[in-house]
Design a binder for this molecule. Structure first.
Ligand SMILES: NC(=O)c1ccc[n+]([C@@H]2O[C@H](COP(=O)([O-])OP(=O)(O)OC[C@H]3O[C@@H](n4cnc5c(N)ncnc54)[C@H](O)[C@@H]3O)[C@@H](O)[C@H]2O)c1
Length: 353
């Protein structure tokens, strides 16, 4: 039985992971820890609040003393670290908080973990750090996907702050013997995704008849993975991953931004055609008038320093841990579009946050 502390547990992936873990590992304990910044939402965890093995604590990963106390008092043996500032655009307009949260905050957690788990003979533990494929930089159209042996070449303040945190995690393993693993994942999609990110922004704007902004020519390429498949990869690493190792997790599923948005538009149009109540619920949607949602696509000035392409070589986790995604993209994106259509009470209060 494991006793987990999940940082960033009220965010998109952290909350999905808390749901995933308690479903897959009955009897394990989950302490959900989150500062509840603009991106954190207690509603993501509402279904778990009455779970006997679940506890939510609001707090800051930079509060080393609080984290130490929680690790000790709740006899935590596994820390899964999702908490971060995660939006590249925000890192361009305001990088300071990215350094404070992603770099200093990760270091604060490492210090708390070292204090609690490495005193005397030490106790069995795991510190799993969630990172991103963006630390590897960018790819040309014909370069092979990112593998774990590549040097880090981060291009945005966000990816640079994540790269710095990855190095600190690695250093705490090599210097102090902290039992760490790190995963570098591609772009996630699925329920509870904050509506500032491409896929939920596109869905929520289409349902309100608002423009669907596409950077540049929409030719940037990302490798998309359903969030539950990310959670499954982390589960495998926690149980069987080698200490001190990085594992890339990806969907082998590259899409240009314009193709993703066009696909989502088609799915929305189909859903409206199949269910008349959507037109009543979302009267401002183009689809409610029988028009195409992709008529809302609007090209905007490209993001500064926009990486052209990310793609993940996930052969290491496949070979060592038997990982492959369970969702096809067709299943996963349809489920996601339907979730947003059927759960406006979750995303409407978050708009313009
Ligand atoms: N979303 C993706 O596609 C993706 C892909 C690869 C890796 N990642 C990584 O996964 C992790 C989670 O990403 P996400 O998309 O769920 O992010 P998110 O922005 O949805 O959630 C981040 C959470 O961290 C919390 N938080 C922020 N600062 C905090 C602090 N100082 N103390 C405690 N909690 C704090 C926020 O309140 C929020 O709940 C991040 O580390 C991110 O870099 C994300």
């Amino acid at each position: 039985m494991k006793r987990l502390l999940i940082t960033g547990a009220a965010g998109f992936i952290g909350s999905n992971f808390a749901h995933y873990w308690l479903k897959q590992h009955p009897g394990d304990f989950v302490l959900a820890f989150d500062l509840l910044t603009y991106a954190g939402n207690r509603a993501n965890l509402a279904a778990l609040e009455s779970h006997p093995d679940f506890l939510f604590v609001q707090g800051d990963i930079n509060d080393t003393a609080l984290v130490s106390t929680l690790l000790t008092e709740h006899t935590i043996d596994t820390l899964v670290h999702f908490a971060a500032e995660s939006h590249v655009d925000r890192s361009i307009t305001g990088p300071d908080v990215f350094i404070h949260t992603n770099v200093t905050g990760t270091h604060s957690l490492l210090k708390a973990a070292r204090d609690c788990w490495l005193q005397g003979d030490g106790i069995p533990h795991r510190f799993h750090h969630i990172s991103t494929d963006e630390v590897y930089g960018t790819l040309t159209l014909d370069e092979p996907p990112f593998h774990e042996e590549l040097p880090y070449k981060p291009n945005s303040p966000y990816s640079a702050s994540k790269a710095a945190s990855d190095h600190l995690v690695r250093a705490y393993h090599h210097t102090y013997g902290l039992e760490v693993t790190t995963s570098n994942c591609s772009n996630n999609y699925g329920p509870f995704h904050f509506p500032e990110k491409l896929i939920p922004l596109c869905i929520s704007n289409a349902l309100r008849g608002k423009p669907l902004p596409i950077y540049g020519e929409g030719k940037n390429i990302r490798d998309w993975l359903h969030v539950e498949d990310h959670c499954r990869g982390i589960d495998l690493i926690l149980n069987n991953g080698r200490l001190g190792e990085n594992y890339n997790i990806g969907g082998n599923n590259e899409w240009t931004n314009i193709d993703i948005v066009t696909t989502i538009c088609q799915l929305i149009d189909e859903q409206f055609a199949n269910k008349s109540s959507y037109a009543e619920r979302y009267p401002e949607a183009a689809a409610a008038r029988g028009e195409r949602s992709d008529s809302l696509i609007t090209y905007v000035t490209d993001r500064a320093g926009h990486d052209l392409r990310y793609a993940i070589d996930a052969s290491k986790i496949n070979r060592e841990l038997g990982y492959s995604p369970a969702y096809s993209f067709e299943q996963g994106i349809l489920q996601t579009v339907r979730w947003y259509l059927d759960t406006p009470e979750w995303w409407e209060p978050l708009l313009d946050t």
